[in-house]
Every structure is written in C-alpha cells, then in structure tokens.
Design a protein around this ligand. Structure first.
Ligand code: MN
Length: 326
C-alpha cells in the first residue's frame, strides 16, 4: 500500500526483466536464482525504500551475472536505476581490496614489529584502528551513494540467511567478511536490524560451537526471561505513571553475538552477563531521559561501573541513549 501505481509499475517491470534475465540460473540451494533478487527486494521493501531502490534491488545481479548490459538498464529504466545497479556491481570487487585477511596480516606484522608484548587493551585498540581503516576504505570505494550500500547490505543479508547451502570453507570466508565489513557498515549507518542479523549469522558460521552453546542457553531460559521482563516492565510502568512522562516500554532481546562479546570483554560466563534481560524506554525528549533515569535509580540500586551516558558522549555513529544496569 505504501507504493503508488507508477512505483508498482516500475517494480513489476524490473521483476519481469530480472526473471527473464536469470531464467535457468539456480542458486546453490537449487532454487531459481530470481528468488534471491526477490528476497533482496523484499528486505528493501521492509525498510520502505523508494521504488527505484526496489527496482535496482531486483536487478542488482543482472549486469554481473547475465547478458544484460548497463546501457540496457539505462534505456529501459533510466539513469537513476541504472546507476544504482552499476554501483552495486562495482561494489562486488570491494571485499578483495579490503578483506579481513589483509587486516589480520597487518595486525600480525605490527605485532612482530612491536618490541615488547602489549596488554589486551593496546591490542584491542589496534584492532579497532584497523577495522576503522577498512571501513574508511570501504566508504571511499562506494561513490558515497548510501543507497548502493543499502542494496548491498540487503544482498549480503539474504546471502547470509542462505549460507547453509555452501561448503564449510566458503561459509567461513563469507561469514568472516560479513563480520569484518558488512556488519560494521550497517552499524555505522544505524541500520540495527540488519547489523544484528548479520552479526548473529556471521558468528554462527565463524564460531559454530560457541554460537550453539549461547543459543541453547538463551532458549533454555527464554520463558523465565520473558516473564521477568514482563514483570519488570510493569513495575517501571507503575513507577512512571505518576511522573507525567509519556513512555514507551519494550523488552529488548540481546543478540547472540553481543552476548558473546560481553562475555569476552568482561571475562564472564553466560550466567554473569547481566543485561541478557534488557528493557528499552522511549521518552519524548532528552530531559525526560535523565528524569526517568533518576526515578529508576532511586527505586532500584544501579550496579557500579555499568552506566553509560551516550547522550553526553554519542557513539561514532551518532547513537544516543542512556544505559544502566540495576
Ligand atoms: Mn546478489
């Protein structure tokens, strides 16, 4: 319903060409190739992207994998759609320039060059610098068109969802590249849903044992956890009822990869990762954020060292909020 009649006409035309161009091609799973194009378009529709992006999503593999030329697209769909497809096609080369292996090689080299053994913080900082550098190069290679990146992220997300069809070595390589490049990209752009899913899928295929362990522990306690979140949400709702602050409360399920990270970062076991149970409060303005924090901290004891003020000090991707553990 979101799309106008002419939007739909464009999208349908793009689908018909993709279907014709990819006719006879199959994915690793054995399904018709065009299913991938449809899935990519569907992810973009979920984000209510404009029709030219949906059309380009449907056509994103035609120039790379079929006899369709970029000029054909320019003629039939116009400069806009053609440029998007061209951008995505160019981006296919990208991971080879700045792949994770190069990163690790550089890291190893730095380690060899460094005269004395470093502590974990120094090592982590360097790893972070290299990740930032990879991301910077990635952005440079993208012609600064964020729409191209969105299509590429949707493409990668569907490829990750269907990664099971590939042999183990290929799964690992693609999953590692996803964690090195595409999840950080999604994070930098603030597209949380894609970031989380890319991270969890990437983790699942790079570290299957640990993934399974955490997933099982999460599943085991899901019911208890959900009941607890429900209970705590109600308490908070009651607490805030008299404050006059309009608040939207939702449970926040912590993702597997971020639980794993916290376990590593804090050297803790699953049981000791405290914010597996999380609640998110959305209030109308910044003043209300601090007011609600004050109310919460006067009713429940905050745990020292767990408070983060990302309003005063936003994350690199401009994310702002208050985090506390009680
Ligand atoms: Mn594709």
């Amino acid at each position: 319903d979101y799309y106008t009649l002419s939007d739909r006409e464009l999208i349908q035309r793009a689908f018909r060409l993709a279907e014709k161009a990819h006719a006879g091609q199959k994915r690793a799973s054995g399904e018709p190739y065009v299913n991938h194009c449809l899935a990519v378009a569907a992810i973009l529709v979920d984000f209510l992207m404009p029709a030219d992006i949906i059309a380009a999503g449907l056509l994103h593999d035609t120039v790379e994998d079929t006899s369709i030329k970029i000029d054909d697209l320019r003629r039939d769909f116009g400069e806009g759609v053609a440029n998007l497809v061209q951008g995505v096609t160019k981006l296919t080369q990208l991971p080879r320039v700045s792949r994770g292996e190069h990163q690790e090689e550089a890291l190893r080299k730095q380690e060899e060059d460094s005269p004395k053994p470093e502590d974990d913080t120094a090592k982590r900082n360097r790893k972070r610098d290299l990740a930032a550098e990879t991301l910077r190069k990635t952005f440079l290679a993208m012609d600064s068109d964020v729409r191209v990146v969105l299509i590429k992220l949707a493409d990668r997300l569907h490829n990750m969802r269907t990664l099971g069809a590939f042999p183990e070595a290929k799964r690992r390589r693609i999953a590692k590249e996803t964690l090195d490049i595409f999840a950080p990209l999604a994070n930098r752009l603030g597209i949380w849903q894609i970031k989380w899913e890319l991270e969890d899928l990437g983790f699942r295929y790079t570290n299957p044992e640990k993934y399974k362990e955490i997933a099982e522990q999460l599943a085991e306690r899901r019911e208890t956890r959900e009941a607890e979140i429900q209970h705590i949400s109600e308490s908070i709702f009651k607490l805030l009822a008299n404050s006059g602050i309009k608040v939207d409360i939702s449970g926040r399920s912590k993702h597997i990869y971020s639980i794993y990270h916290k376990m590593i970062e804090k050297g803790k076991s699953f049981d000791l990762v405290r914010d597996v149970r999380g609640i998110r409060l959305i209030v109308p303005n910044v003043a209300a954020c601090y007011a609600v924090l004050g109310l919460i901290h006067t009713h429940w004891r905050p745990i020292p060292g767990e408070f983060d003020d990302y309003i005063a000090a936003p994350k690199d991707n401009f994310y702002q909020s208050l985090h506390t553990v009680i």
